[in-house]
Design a protein around this ligand. Structure first.
Ligand code: UD1
Length: 421
């Protein structure tokens, strides 16, 4: 099984270019199912999750031309033969539930096995189901076989209040509503930039969506959608990961292809720790050379709050700074699986339900640790960069699911890191 080996690396230096956003490209690929015409997507990150989404769309009968070496994917969803997504693929990635809304809206039915992905809590689907039912679909959940089946001859616009601003549910409902009769309003919608990117793509396809990126999204249904071209936005979590890597190693790194507006809480928290974050024409410079970093508290929240996807990564940094930090995870109920792994490396962390107290000033030591989920995997690599000796990170398929050329990009900044089969 492949693993990543990291050795104590000294300050990271140089430049890194951020790839297209995983969490934007996945819903955008699902959205191509809404049209029979060709959609051309650029800045597509070469990731395992993107490959799985390509396979799911292909298995449904669409034509997928992928050139991930050049970060492009063209999809033509003309010859759709089935509206049942293949179980083996779907259960490997939670985002596959995003095929549900488009398939239902365009073909009148969708069958999806309950999705997999990172094991970071319950991750139920009731908000997706509530939304699709509100649009007039009949949704059956087979809890024995873990299958959701939705049917509707026609979807009708409605007002839907989400009890929690779920990213995936907001996306699924927006996609389904594009072809519904009448107007749909989603209240307490999630506001993540990736939703705005998907909505911009859908609008290029002829959809009429307003308010994406705010808590109220209005979708006026149209008869059909056409092909479109789109460039995916940069990945704010990948940007945040390299920014924290610069800070934890007391380095100086220019992060290119980043949208600072999307990462305000990450910039604010790095500055609170004492790192400099300097906007320049090409991106952001993160500078922590020759300075002591101090503790800060973090509470994860839906956008525009501090992203849950940065919690593990930031915690790795907090284990090394002066003073104690409190971390509160409000988005997922089981997102501290990285804590025992960081503790193996010598970190001092206590957890109680959704709170973690990080003591700081740990002298981390190289260890054998697991990437317990995608972002936890990145956290382990960052901890390994400053730990004495050699750190071996296993289960790295999680990292490959969400980071494009992670090892190579780290090496480009001077990190002593390589992959072993
Ligand atoms: C997306 C992101 C993921 C990120 C998460 C939160 C993608 C592909 N993945 O995941 O990286 O960590 O947003 O920012 O974009 N919930 C319910 N009922 C539902 C749906 C969700 O209770 O029907 C709960 C979940 O259990 C979780 C919380 O809402 O506790 C957030 O989930 P959601 O926003 O839906 O995350 P995803 O779309 O799965």
């Amino acid at each position: 099984m492949a693993k990543i080996i990291v050795e104590k690396s000294g300050p990271l230096h140089g430049e890194v270019v951020i790839s297209g956003a995983k969490n934007a490209v996945l819903p955008i690929m699902a959205a191509t199912l809404l049209s029979e015409e060709t959609c051309e997507i650029k800045s597509v990150p070469a990731l395992k999750d993107v490959e799985i989404m390509c396979q799911i769309i292909e298995a449904l009968g669409a034509k997928v031309e992928k050139d991930l070496a050049n970060n492009r994917v063209n999809i033509t969803a003309r010859g759709i033969e089935t509206t049942e997504a293949p179980q083996e693929l779907v259960t490997r990635m939670r985002a596959s539930i995003l095929a549900m809304g488009p398939l239902l809206a365009r073909f009148g039915s969708a069958t999806i096995h309950l999705p997999g992905g990172c094991a970071i809590g319950e991750r139920p689907t009731e908000l997706h189901i509530k939304g699709l039912r509100a649009l007039g679909a009949t949704v059956e959940v087979d809890t024995v076989n873990d299958v959701i089946t939705a049917r509707a001859n026609r979807l009708y616009g409605n007002t839907i209040y989400l009890d929690f601003p779920s990213v995936g549910a907001t996306e699924n409902i927006i996609m389904a509503a594009t072809l519904a009769e009448g107007t749909t309003i989603i209240e307490n919608a999630a506001q993540e930039p990736e939703i705005t990117d998907m909505a911009n793509f859908l609008n290029k396809m002829g959809a009429r969506i307003k308010g994406a990126g705010t808590d109220t999204v209005r979708i006026i249904g149209v008869e059909s959608l056409h092909g479109a071209r789109h460039n995916v936005i940069p990945d704010r979590i990948e940007a945040g990961t390299f920014m924290v890597a610069a800070a934890i190693t007391h380095g100086a790194v220019l992060v290119k292809n980043v949208l600072p507006d999307h990462i305000k809480p990450i910039i604010a928290k790095l500055r609170e720790c004492g790192a400099e974050v300097i906007p320049v024409d090409e991106g952001l410079v993160v500078q922590a050379t020759d300075r002591r970093l101090t503790s800060t508290d973090i509470k994860t929240l839906p956008y525009p709050g501090f992203p849950t996807d940065m919690q593990a990564i930031f915690m790795a940094l907090l284990t090394t700074v002066d003073g104690a930090s409190a971390v509160i995870e409000t988005v997922f109920e089981n997102r501290y699986m990285h804590v025992p792994e960081l503790k193996k490396m010598g970190a001092s962390i206590k957890t109680d339900d959704r709170c973690a107290l990080v003591t700081g000033n740990a002298r981390l030591k190289g260890s054998k640790v697991q990437a317990t989920d995608l972002r936890a995997g990145a956290a382990m690599v960052l901890a390994g960069l400053v730990a004495d000796g050699r750190t071996e990170v296993t289960n790295i398929y999680h990292i490959q699911r969400g980071y494009e050329r992670f090892v190579e990009k780290m090496q480009g900044l001077g990190a002593k890191i390589h992959m072993e089969e």
